[in-house]
Structures are given as C-alpha cells and as structure tokens.
Design a protein around this ligand. Sequence first.
Ligand code: AKG
Length: 325
Amino acid sequence: FSDEIPTIDLSSLEDTHHDKTAIAKEIAEACKRWGFFQVINHGLPSALRHRVEKTAAEFFNLTTEEKRKVKRDEVNPMGYHDEEHTKNVRDWKEIFDFFLQDSTIVPASPEPEDTELRKLTNQWPQNPSHFREVCQEYAREVEKLAFRLLELVSISLGLPGDRLTGFFNEQTSFLRFNHYPPCPNPELALGVGRHKDGGALTVLAQDSVGGLQVSRRSDGQWIPVKPISDALIINMGNCIQVWTNDEYWSAEHRVVVNTSKERFSIPFFFFPSHEANIEPLEELISEENPPCYKKYNWGKFFVSRNRSDFKKLEVENIQIDHFKA
Ligand code: AKG
C-alpha cells in the first residue's frame, strides 16, 4: 500500500501542444486508488491565493456581531455560519460561503414533486472593503482550474475532453472559507466530521497547519494530507463516482483539530447545474458492468443536503448510496 496521496505536476499543460495523456494517466491512477491528489504548477497565481487567504483571515477577525450581519438563514445557505454540523455533530469551526455565480438558481424545495425554482444571491460583508473583489477574482481563477481538471478527468476515462462540460451550464458551485480555532479538547471534537463531497470535484487550498485526513480506499485507514506550499488538493465528489459507475472514488475525509494553532482552508465545490441529472455515463456501462446507481437530480440532492444540514434533523444527510441500483 502506498501511504501518501499522489502529487501531480500540471506544468506541461502550459504548452498547448503538449499531449495530455501522460497527466491523464496519473489522474486515472489517483482517482481509482484514492479519489484525492495534490496538484503543483497548476496555474493559479500564488499572489492571488495569498491575498484571498489574508482577506478571509481579516473577515474572521471581525467581531461576532459584525460577522453575523451576513449570517446564513433558512432560505439562503450562503454567508457566515458558526454552527455548522456534519451528520448532526457540531464542527469546531466557523465558515463563510459564497456562490461562484452571484445569483444562482436552485430548486425551492427538496420535494421531488415541487418544480418551483428559487434565485439565491450572495451576501457580502461591508468589511474588509476589498472582500468581494478579492473573493470574485479568486473564484474566477479557481473555476478555470476546475474546468481544466474536469477535461483531464474526461480524457483519463477515454472520453472526449468536453464530455462533462454540459452539466455545468448554470453551475451551483460555491466557495467556502473555513476557520478552525485551536481546540483545547482534541479528543472530543473534529474540525469537520467524516463526510464525502456531494459535487463533481473540490479544489482545496489548505494552509501549513495540517489536519485534513483521507480515508484510504483500500482499507479505510485515515491518512493525513501533508501541506505542500502553494499546492492545491483535488478530490473527486459523488457525481464523479456515479458518472464513472464506482471506478473513480469519492473518498471520505475529515479534519482533526489542533490544540494550539488556528487553521484556515478554502475549498471550491465544483457543482453541476440544478437541472443536471446524474447517473452512470452510458459509455462506461455495459452488460458486464451494469449501472450501480439510479438517476437522481442534482438540484434536489443539493437542497436536500443543505436543508438536513441546517435543521439538524435526526436523519443522516442524503447520500449517493440512497440511489444504489
Ligand atoms: C469541508 O469544508 O467540507 C472540508 O472538508 C474542509 C477540508 C479542510 O479544511 O481541509
């Protein structure tokens, strides 16, 4: 068993004539074994990353009263939140979320028979004054990288590079700033409890503190994801696991707390359009490899995850296992 998630160098993508198959092969290997890898020389400007990290820290440094002016509510899941729960257990962190598209269309309710849609808009704090501008600049760059990765994932499956692009016409992607304060009782809490990401893929910037752990596909052991300066962590979400009929893996991950240091991280959750229906891709199924999942609608999945998260119902969040064929 290998005990470290792979690091993939994307520098050869800069050369437009370069054949992408070598990188695609590394991605295929990483997605099957881990569902997680790190990328270096990924093209996202390091100065911009540092600017957004600094801006996020400035926001979290405001008073609670100030931060709660942009608090999320029952209708709008975007904004500030200091009572995040994963599977009904409170996480040791505070967050700020914003959609990539300043207004994003989602279903009004998770009920399958309700066809009403709702437009959600971001909530921007007044302070720091440059907050919105920096966030949106970073979002545009990270989106570019996400589309490049989506293309590589398609190629790695032997499909045309644009095979998955159509699912993202009106994407519901969002970014999250995570702030994990030091925690005096590390045995009692987790920064984030074990979970899988629901969307297509996640691009995560973590700082140098560490704490993210991934469940290894082969045996479920928790393996730390080592901080590498300027690298980004990429993980496959549930949609990719379903599209590939379980060939690629959406790994469980969690964040352990630190007793003395605060930690910051910034995931970008690359999510399909609300109208996208997710099921194993027809090119990847056959008589010998029948579909493991039934079709489900992304928008309904998205709002139902959000709702159960918000109301802390006595049920577990909706999972792809609920759509097992
Ligand atoms: C999440 O926000 O869902 C995460 O998994 C965060 C991971 C991290 O902070 O490293």
